[in-house]
Design a binder for this molecule. Structure first.
Ligand SMILES: Nc1ncnc2c1ncn2[C@@H]1O[C@H](COP(=O)(O)OP(=O)(O)OP(=O)(O)O)[C@@H](O)[C@H]1O
Ligand SMILES: [Mg+2]
Length: 271
């Protein structure tokens, strides 16, 4: 077992893509209760590393992604992405939201092209890139459909395509495959790994599915129940060159090890 303890910080390392140092986050809604969502998070994601983030519901996984994406202000601690302190959203960081939203008045193609056009990519090139990514997520033939005409899983894939097409250096994905059936999910996992190999980038991938985490990630970060802290970081160390690797003993044991770490947190969330 190689569980790195919490608090191990490698700030400023050349090898680091995301450095989260001493980050806590309190939600203070105008109405309703204050919640300490994250408590002193220290985490380094290495250059072009694929990390999965797991933990019980309400432990702050989405919060950590929003902070890294610049969608919530970092009030305590710091987050650096490629050496820059995060203060606001930026094109270097692409995010697939847990509760994704598409522009309902735009077609699938127009939704996917939107970010490219905002970046100033010429229309013709944007069309080609949108068409390619829509094939990869299995939406060929639905380019002219509107989101309301798609199933939930298809909408989710359109939202993923919209972020992937921008090819950001840092990709933040919040339960992106949650609404997909098992078979589509597996196809999307294969596509995502292929894309990550073709176009290296750091990926932080939030999931509740331990199997998915071990399948995709080089390291799995397990968070404790609210307030979220880092409980353990597990290197998966899986040799993915074997096409049957999911059946290997190493894979099955890793899933089991992480499953136990997560279930130790059951019923522990602070009120
Ligand atoms: N806008 C908000 N206002 C007040 N409290 C919030 C808000 N958003 C989240 N919280 C609180 O912060 C905690 C962390 O929420 P977050 O959405 O980050 O959890 P999560 O790990 O992503 O959960 P899930 O697995 O269910 O998506 C929750 O316990 C919730 O009570
Ligand atoms: Mg969440």
């Amino acid at each position: 077992m190689e569980h790195a303890g919490p608090g191990r910080v490698e700030t400023g390392s050349e090898d680091a893509q995301i450095v989260v140092s001493g980050v806590s986050h309190v939600y203070r809604p105008k109405h309703g209760r204050q919640v300490l969502a994250l408590d002193d998070i220290n985490l380094t994601v290495r250059r072009n590393e694929f990390v999965a983030l797991l933990g019980p519901s309400g432990c702050g996984k989405s919060t950590l992604l929003y902070l890294t994406g610049g969608f919530l202000p970092v009030e305590q601690g710091t987050i650096c992405v490629l050496g820059e302190t995060v203060r606001k959203p930026g094109p270097d960081r692409g995010i697939v939201f847990q509760h994704f939203a598409l522009f309902p008045w735009k077609t699938v193609r127009a939704n996917v092209m939107y970010g490219l056009e905002r970046k100033g990519v010429p229309r013709r090139e944007a069309e080609v890139r949108a068409a390619e990514i829509l094939v990869q997520v299995g939406l060929k033939g639905f380019e002219d459909s509107y989101p309301s005409q798609l199933s939930g899983g298809m909408r989710q894939r359109a939202a993923i395509a919209r972020t992937l097409v921008l090819d950001p250096a840092t990709l933040l994905m919040d339960e992106p495959f949650g609404a997909l059936d098992a078979q589509t999910r597996n196809l999307m996992q294969i596509e995502l790994l292929a894309l990550w190999r073709r176009s290296p980038k750091a990926v932080v991938f939030v999931t509740h599915d331990v199997h998915e985490a071990v399948y995709l990630a080089e390291r799995v970060v397990v968070m404790s129940a609210r307030p979220g802290r880092i409980k353990a970081i597990v290197e998966t160390g899986i040799d993915r060159s074997d096409p049957e690797f999911v059946k290997s003993r190493a894979f099955v044991e890793k899933v089991d090890e992480i499953w136990h770490l997560i279930h130790e947190e059951d019923g522990k969330a602070a009120p």
